[in-house]
Write a protein that binds this ligand. Sequence first.
Ligand code: AOF
Ligand code: ZN
Length: 353
Amino acid sequence: MRLAIALGRRGLGQVWPNPAVGCVLVRDGRILARGWTGPGGRPHAEAAALARCDDARGATAYVSLEPCAHHGRTPPCSDALVRAGVARVVTALTDPDPRVSGRGHARLRAAGIEVVEGVEAELAHAANAGFLLRLTAGRPFLTLKLALTLDGRIATASGESRWITGPESRRAVHALRARHDAVLVGAGTARADDPDLTVRDLGVTHQPVRVVASRNLELDPESRLGRSAGEVPVWLLHAPGLTPSEGWAATGARLIDCPTGQDALDPRAMMATLAREGLTRVLCEGGGALAASLIGAGLVDELVIFAAGKMIGAEGRAGLGPLGLTSLSDAPGFELTHVQQIGPDLCQTWRRR
Ligand code: AOF
Ligand code: ZN
């Protein structure tokens, strides 16, 4: 099952709105075939594994999610497993998709297959947190990345920010982007940095959607994002009722209405909107105001902090905008899950407590 979950992880960032599932077919202690969800969610993991196996009769299928029971874009995987003659199916999680939710397991059992559920459920849950959150909470899994000096700054007072961290860390950020469905930045950052927000130099061809939270559409269609929107999707989240300039209409970017709060887009509404559009894993790369609004709303599931061995001092720009806390007991809490040196920098991963 741990292998099935690891295989499933290969699909992260590429299979939305579907889950990233893995499947291993085993007989007499030997692996017959392995499969994982294909780009765009097709084929499903079980179909991919069965396609690589001439004879799966009597085998055990380890699948990181309950096999589907519905006719969607592909025929039901539970039926395919029955037809292939597998003797046993071991799964980690029940699929919360209302078209499945227990029906896959039931179909297998009705066909006389032995079904074992809940194996390595915690690990599978973590691997598919985005898919599960989207279906059960109507929001994507949200990772916040911050590249900071040792004293928590992201730029000098004049706005100079290239580069705080080293090239090794920047490469790690590209790998992080590749495992997310979308990269999200605030309009201020998009204007100041004119970023590409693509995955480069990793041999990865699939690109995350680039989302800009731009309440008033205050971004130049001639920016790098605007000019490349025809090749890699750009979505602009903006306040309802705005008429985009002619320039944006020509770029191919999608403009999406989103309810606003007092002086910025409402963070919860933003996440709900992105989930409705199918996104299961979103990586926010700043700036400080957007990051603070997401943290303040309790929406950040994972924090990835790259810390460089530099100090800028209090006149530098803070990585996080004001949270408006009045008491330490209200401070959002995180728990350390991973620490790694990357080149000269320190990379820490924290999970929401
Ligand atoms: C599986 N194995 O590898 C995946 C599954 O739009 P469709 O027809 O592809 O169906 C999407 C649903 O299928 C998705 O919500 C989830 O319930 C299931 N995805 N199921 O057995 C897979 N990707
Ligand atoms: Zn399926």
